[in-house]
Design a protein around this ligand. Sequence first.
Ligand code: PMP
Length: 390
Amino acid sequence: MKKRPLLMIPGPIEFDPEVLHACGAPTVSHVSAEFIDTFGRCLERMRTVWGAPNGQPILLAGSGTLAMDTAGANLIEPGDRALVLSTGVFGDRYADLLSRYGAQVMVVGAPLGETIDFSEVDTVLKNGCFKLMTATHVDTSTGVRIDAERFGELARAHGVLSILDGVCSVAGEPIRQDAWGIDVVLTASQKAIGVPPGLALLVVSEAALAAFESRQSATTNYYADWGQWIPIMHAYEERRPSYFGTPAVNLVAALDVGLEQILTEGLRQREDRHRRIGSACRAALTALGLEVVPTSEDHAANTLSAPRCPPGIRCANLLTAVREAGVTFAGGLHPEIRTSSFRIGHMGSVRETDVLTAVAALETGLLACKAPVQPGVGVAAAQRVLTAGS
Ligand code: PMP
């Protein structure tokens, strides 16, 4: 019998065997022609996945927080005003991060489960003199997705630099960085990109690079300094050896395979698959009588679901019972719902049968916890969504 549970958390996810195979191949020199070519190709492929033919891709060893950090460190100087749109824990993290670099930060938040009200943002931008604005495309603590196109449009209309935290969205939810006018879109490898944890990935616009180049003071973060890394990225794309810090050689080889898989599937098809699977998961939860944290289907993310635990059931007990049924979910993260909600990740290489398995394990767990559910109701609801139109 298989012992390994199916990993359905919002990152790290289940990785495709070909990606893992590439990761486990013998390590090559980071200045070999073979590796330089792999790295260069990753940068080129990032532009396509991000929809940013004119952007500068940056690929660093580190997690998503480093991707956030490098954008903040290079675009903020002490005293700059920054507007943070927060729909959960990761928006709040960006506010904290930017203030460490001396930014005067203002936060526009949303009640738990709600999305950003862009008319409020428009008013705030009219009245303030902001250099930069950030938003979290999908906040993994709430499962709320914001309208990233509107975010880019407003930033452009007000002449403000924009940073989109796409850690839980890039390669899962639609993103068209150049068309939507977003200056930095950042992510990490372990989510919808589908590569083990350890890579920070971002694409930077010409306007953001110009803002970086016109800084009055040097970037105070040594490792994350674009002045160090951008020449390295240029060298890789020109297939020249270079060095600042040792790249995560094996992870970059895995990324090359992961990005190729994304492009082979096709971005539109991949987005549709995430949309179908996300809707199926939410339909199953509703059929089982579980509420989700996002207050509307219109702003519920398709990369994860954030259900609330049914009344009278301890979330920790439910997650243990689900794990015994063969599937791992994540606990709550947002402080207001940490012990009363949980999270189901469904992104990257996730298949329709994975979501059906996850829902079946959830039903088994609910029954083990004596919840009054009808077995099979969730699976049937998910299946109806998955088979609609086929
Ligand atoms: N932003 C979002 C939206 C995230 O989901 C996460 C990770 N869950 C991060 C930032 C931070 O990424 P990491 O854990 O890789 O540092």
